[in-house]
Design a protein around this ligand. Structure first.
Ligand code: NAD
Length: 355
């Protein structure tokens, strides 16, 4: 057996249908009395509901979270938290809202209670992102890891089917890459496999009937495990390509993840044959070489648009992105090779199956 290091993340997790109702108790457990509730403008009404639930434990609702945490948005939120004398943040929403909570925690040390309503996984990671002058910087800081996470699948019912599908495949990408991470370990391997199996089972059900409580619960469970994977081990080629496509070409986060994943997994099929065989089995297949096709077929089944061109990637995109990715590669089981990476991105741009 290979030697390994495993570090668990000290987050308390409360999971269950309707568990938003446990929020006041969880805040009390942290010894906090004045929670600043963070949302996006689109989810402000949900934030107001949470404030009503908390009564005088709510310091206010701050509905200004936006994608990629611009520095000026983070700074304004920090000022507001201090002005309201908040002693904790409740971040209810997707990765953008949780990202804003992290930006406040980084500066002030305020504890975060995260209530995720997508499958992105930020709530389980000590990773933060801040965007300054259109450049997103990311880093790790244990202070930004939420103290408590409430997973209430009921809150995901309003996430539209198509966004749910892409967000679920975004989670799937964390689990697939965790299997062949440089610092992979047996515990995260178990979680990754279970995550892939749960998401593959649940997402078609979510798309078929977005109100199905069982499918929603199973999907959020898979997303939780994927979030642990993302927070615990390093990611590889797939995440590098998606960060490049998001950062340089402004492609939407979850959709880009969904489209690229089959191609990135296929690229690694020989160099990470053992780990990808585990992924194949969790997807209902048997061989590492099938993973790309299995993921592509799942995307098709979920009705996800398959071409990066449809997301706005220009003709020059594959060559440019391959060059940028190869200039500062992440660890990957198969070395970054510019030609083959450009080729895989070209297929992804056209919506073709991995080859
Ligand atoms: P998002 O948070 O940007 O949400 C997208 C939109 O969906 C928003 O308008 C939001 O209000 C809305 N929404 C969310 N949940 C909803 C629901 N249940 N019903 C209706 N509308 C809902 O999207 P995301 O994909 O969750 O997050 C993406 C961002 O998170 C990116 O910036 C990404 O870099 C970041 N991220 C960070 C980490 C990390 O570890 N730091 C991990 C994953 C993602």
């Amino acid at each position: 057996m290979n030697p390994f290091v495993y570090q668990s993340l000290p987050t308390r997790v409360v999971f269950g249908w309707g568990k938003l109702s446990a929020l006041a108790e969880e805040i009390e457990r942290l010894g906090a009395k004045r929670a600043l509730i963070l949302t996006t403008p689109e989810q402000q009404a949900l934030g107001e509901q949470v404030a009503a639930l908390l009564g005088d434990r709510a310091a206010g609702v701050y509905p200004k979270a936006v994608m990629h945490v611009p520095l000026e948005v983070a700074q304004a939120a920090r000022v507001e938290a201090a002005r309201l004398d908040a002693d904790c943040c409740v971040a209810i929403g997707g990765g953008s809202t949780i990202g804003l909570g992290k930006a406040i925690a980084m500066d002030s040390g305020l504890p975060i209670v995260a209530i995720p309503t997508t499958y992105a996984g930020s709530e389980m990671t000590p990773i933060y992102g801040l965007t300054e002058n259109r450049l997103k910087k990311t880093g790790r800081d244990p202070r930004v890891l939420p103290k408590t996470v409430i997973y209430d699948p009921q809150l995901t019912l309003t996430l539209p089917a198509q966004i749910s599908a892409c967000s679920g495949m975004n989670a799937m990408a964390h689990a697939v890459e965790a299997l062949y991470a440089q610092d992979a370990n047996p515990i995260i391997g178990f979680m990754a496999e279970e995550s892939i199996r749960s998401l593959a089972l649940a997402l078609p059900g979510v798309v078929n009937d977005p109100q199905d409580p069982e499918a929603r619960s199973q999907a959020l469970y898979g997303a939780w495990l994927a979030g642990i994977c993302l927070g615990s081990v390093g990611m590889a080629l797939h995440h590098k390509l998606c960060h490049t496509l998001g950062g340089t070409f402004n492609l939407p986060h979850a959709q880009a993840h969904a489209i690229v994943l089959p191609h990135a997994a296929h690229y690694n099929r020989e160099s990470a044959a053992g780990p990808l065989q585990r992924a194949a089995r969790a997807l209902g297949g048997s061989e590492a070489g099938e993973v790309g096709a299995l993921l592509y077929a799942l995307n098709q089944k979920l009705g996800i648009p398959l071409a990066l061109a449809d997301l706005g990637l220009p003709e020059s995109g594959p060559a440019d992105a391959a060059q940028i990715a190869c200039a500062s590669p992440y660890y990957n089981p198969r070395p970054f090779e510019q030609g083959p990476i450009e080729a895989l991105l070209t297929r992804a741009m056209k919506g073709l199956a991995p080859a």
